[in-house]
Design a protein around this ligand. Structure first.
Ligand SMILES: Nc1ncnc2c1ncn2[C@@H]1O[C@H](COP(=O)(O)OP(=O)(O)O)[C@@H](O)[C@H]1O
Ligand SMILES: [Mg+2]
Length: 253
């Protein structure tokens, strides 16, 4: 079982889109995959059809408030074979505190809580990392960092890397940065090419070869509450996320 957290301090860089579509791609590649939604905005959950306003399901928040804490009871199958979800809800924000000192991190979730039959557990995180994201960094094997290939993408990235290093120093020395990948790549623009080149020169072979291009089918798939591979099997976004998932699996030790 490998635990992967997708992080970037910035919002709107493609974290949630990547978590959902990578998770579905891992599942199609035969990996039993659990998506854990740590974002109180619950967009990954909603993407997979778990909208608390409509469906009356239990969430990570209910789990954290429960007395006997049996995680299995909060994990749901999705429309995709091999893909499971531990959904979030807005009330999870009660557990979201800003971290001032590493020593103050409260570990709500422990590695041993996750059923071992999963091959991959992938965590979506909120922007602006607080307790929940630090908790994920404290218990995962790998951090995976999406970078939007647009202007200003690299500002704020240092903060993300610093938080990973903090977690490595104080909470989880085994945590590794699995890699970086470009998102929202607009092939028509020079900005995208320039930003991507600067990512490559900075992070070298830690950058995955697959870049996720801008694809409106990804937005439509969110609206349809399905991973893109189910919504638009032949879309470019489907091919790219499948290719990226294949690269990621190869890198897992
Ligand atoms: N490759 C892409 N092409 C087009 N739209 C995208 C792409 N990736 C993400 N989006 C859209 O951009 C917005 C932000 O993406 P999201 O995954 O929610 O980012 P984050 O989780 O980092 O805040 C969403 O509306 C999403 O549908
Ligand atoms: Mg998100």
């Amino acid at each position: 079982m490998k635990l992967i957290v997708v992080i970037n301090n910035k919002g709107g860089v493609g974290k949630t889109t990547s978590v959902v579509n990578l998770a579905a791609s891992f599942a199609r590649l035969g990996k039993k995959t659990l998506l854990v939604d740590l974002d109180p905005s619950a967009s990954a959950s909603i993407h997979l059809g778990f909208d608390k306003v409509i469906t009356n399901h239990k969430t990570l928040c209910d789990y954290l408030l429960s007395e006997n804490r049996i995680l299995k009871d909060y994990i749901y199958p999705t429309s995709e074979n091999n893909l499971f979800c531990l959904p979030s809800e807005t009330a999870l924000s009660e557990f979201y505190d800003e971290i001032l000192q590493e020593e103050e991190v409260e570990l709500f979730l422990n590695r041993k809580d996750f059923p071992k039959e999963n091959d991959i557990v992938i965590f979506d995180t909120p922007p602006n990392m607080g307790n929940l994201a630090m908790n994920a960094l404290a218990i995962t094997d790998y951090a995976l960092i999406p970078i939007q290939t647009q202007h200003m993408a690299l500002t704020g990235l240092d903060l993300t890397i610093k938080l990973v290093e903090k977690a490595q120093r104080h909470l989880n020395p085994k945590l590794e940065i699995l890699g970086y990948f470009g998102t929202n790549y607009d092939r028509r623009t020079n900005v995208a090419k320039e930003v991507y080149a600067s990512i490559q020169s900075r992070f070298g072979n830690k950058v995955f070869n697959t870049v996720i291009g801008i694809n409106s089918k990804l937005i439509e798939a969110y609206g349809a509450q399905k991973p893109i591979l189910a919504y638009a099997p032949s879309a470019r976004g489907t091919k790219e996320y499948k290719a990226l998932a294949g690269e990621i699996i190869k890198r897992l030790k």
